[in-house]
Design a protein around this ligand. Structure first.
Ligand code: HEC
Length: 107
């Protein structure tokens, strides 16, 4: 669990810790649903860094709703040529938590 708490601390620092999103729960969700094999907070892996997603949508008041759509149904053509697969098995509440969390990750 030490690794997880270090990771959590790093992301808390990165996000300013002011938002109401439960960071630890969001990180668990991201791990358990395979998000972190394609994404990280600051580095592009297969998909964009979450900080880059935040940066791109920070002035969009519908950002969370549109990220929910992308996570649930998949996304292509917004970041490059590799598409993100859909996540049909995840609950809408969990997807919303992840979308809100991504929008707290500042560069
Ligand atoms: C197989 C690799 C892969 C997995 C697994 C994956 N993603 Fe992605 N993700 C991508 C790629 C590639 C893109 C860019 C898609 C595009 O260009 O539209 C992306 C884009 C995104 C975006 C930006 C969408 C937008 O509308 O701009 C968010 C947010 C995101 N992913 C979150 C997640 C979350 C949360 C999970 C876990 C539930 C997840 N991803 C799992 C590869 C992945």
């Amino acid at each position: 669990m030490r690794t997880l708490s270090l990771l959590t601390a790093g992301l808390l620092l990165a996000s300013g810790a002011a938002h109401a999103v439960d960071e630890a729960a969001a990180i668990e969700l991201a791990k358990n649903n395979g998000c972190l094999s394609c994404h990280s907070a600051k580095e592009k892996i297969v998909g964009p860094a979450y900080s880059a997603v935040h940066e791109k949508y920070k002035d969009d008041k519908d950002a969370v709703a549109s990220l929910v759509q992308s996570i649930q149904y998949g996304s292509k053509g917004k970041w490059g040529r590799i598409p993100m697969p859909p996540h049909p098995g995840m609950s809408p509440a969990d997807i919303k938590t992840l979308a809100e969390w991504v929008m707290t990750i500042k560069p």
